[in-house]
Design a binder for this molecule. Structure first.
Ligand code: CUA
Length: 174
């Protein structure tokens, strides 16, 4: 065994490990998300079956008073185009992409959710006050990126309607 070579080799490995160890915050968030998230959604079959079929998109009321909102981001729109949620309750957002990397941002809030094809981005939001929040895509995703907008409408909790089947993905049901 050549100890000098081994020492050089080990020092090189150590030096290479130090780079990501000290610069981990520079690693692109979508890459980390890709390794962490579940990969059980096929972007090409979203509308055919599973959690993101059209009838399942929008706002679902949970028994604990919170709501779950499911959305699809695609070039160049968010589906549903308008989402209705009650104020002051946890909003469990689940969103996936049908094509490119998008980012779902709620104007006037800190919320900015990266959306990747093949993975489900799950986050917990909450909106204290009623109002309308414009949502927009904040990740450049192609020619129509700047037109990729939608809305989130927050209504007082006691005015939130009992959503009938087929009304999950609309703001008109109130
Ligand atoms: Cu989607 Cu930019």
């Amino acid at each position: 065994m050549n100890w000098r070579k081994l020492r050089v080799f080990l020092l090189t490995v150590l030096a290479l490990c130090l780079i990501p160890a000290t610069r981990w915050y520079q690693i692109d968030e979508p890459i980390l998300r890709y390794f962490r998230a579940s990969h059980d959604v096929d972007p090409l079959a979203l509308h055919l079956s599973g959690e993101f079929v059209e009838s399942n998109l929008g706002t679902e009321q949970n028994s604990d008073g919170s709501v779950t909102v499911r959305m699809i981001a695609q070039q160049y729109l968010f589906v549903p185009h308008c989402v209705l949620v009650p104020a002051g309750v946890p909003v469990h957002l689940r969103v996936t992409s049908a094509d490119a990397v998008h980012s779902l941002a709620f104007n006037g809030t800190e919320y900015n959710i990266k959306v990747l094809p093949g993975t489900i981005s799950a986050s917990r939001l909450q909106f204290a006050r009623p109002g309308e929040y414009k949502t927009m895509c904040r990740e450049f995703c192609g020619a129509g990126h700047y037109a990729m907008r939608s809305a989130l409408k927050v209504v007082p909790r006691d005015q939130f309607p009992a959503l009938q089947p087929g009304e999950r993905g609309t703001c008109a049901a109130q």
